[in-house]
Design a protein around this ligand. Structure first.
Ligand code: CA
Length: 225
């Protein structure tokens, strides 16, 4: 899988690229302006193009129009300002496939990016699986051993974030940064609450336990202790 990010804010571009590389092992190219984005997007076979709208040299809507005019069919995920629904709708009409509004959390970005990649590949399954745990990321439904488990929205987001990184130790601050856009420090005690809720709902009376705490390091979703 190869992804193109067209984004002029270096830190955001680097964060998105890192998440895509780490979570799924995707190869990622970054174009820092619209001209390069348009060139790279037309030259290479990407599985997804992530396109910011406010770009130097050539704005994002022009990049999209050039790519579609050049018959590039790659799914395009637009990054837009939160209060600009109208532009987002215009972009969808111009051939974009989805959008996320800034500031967004990385979990949402990743879910949308992956959904578009799957759709581009005609791959319908949005399922994450670990042992007998199954997470349907489109419907946001969770089951263990075929039994449906009802989670709060925040519990779900914690679980999905961890399930995208099975067996990896995820720190509390990493979880917080991905769950909250800003001021995440003030929520630092809530993670324990979500984790204990998840443990109760997923692991009570079940074998193997899936949620593990590594004291001082963080949490991990895995089959073995
Ligand atoms: Ca920008």
């Amino acid at each position: 899988m190869r992804i193109l990010i067209v984004e002029d804010e270096p830190r955001l571009a680097a964060n998105l690229a890192r998440s895509l590389r780490e979570a799924s092992g995707y190869a990622v190219d970054i174009a820092p302006d619209g001209e390069q984005g348009s060139e790279l997007g037309a030259q290479n076979e990407y599985d997804l193009i992530v396109l910011d709208l406010m770009l130097p040299k050539l704005p994002g809507d022009q990049v999209l129009r050039q790519l579609r005019a050049a018959e590039v069919r790659t799914p395009v995920l637009i990054l837009t300002a939160r209060d600009d629904k109208e532009t987002a709708v215009a972009m969808l009409n111009a051939g974009a496939d989805d959008y996320v509004a800034k500031p967004f959390d990385l979990g949402e970005f990743m879910a949308r990016a992956k959904a578009l990649i799957r759709r581009g590949k005609g791959q319908a399954t949005p399922l994450l699986r670990l042992a007998d745990l199954e997470i349907n990321t489109l419907e946001r439904r969770v089951s263990r051993g075929g039994r449906e488990i009802v989670l709060t929205p925040m519990e779900y987001r914690v679980l999905e974030y961890m399930a995208h990184r099975p067996r990896v130790v995820v720190s509390k601050s990493e979880l917080l940064e991905h769950l909250y856009d800003f001021n995440w420090e003030k929520f630092s005690n809530v993670i324990e609450v979500y984790i204990s809720g998840l443990r109760r709902k997923l692991d009570d009376g079940q074998d193997p336990k899936l949620i593990h705490t590594l004291r001082g390091h963080g949490y991990s979703l895995r089959e073995q202790a």
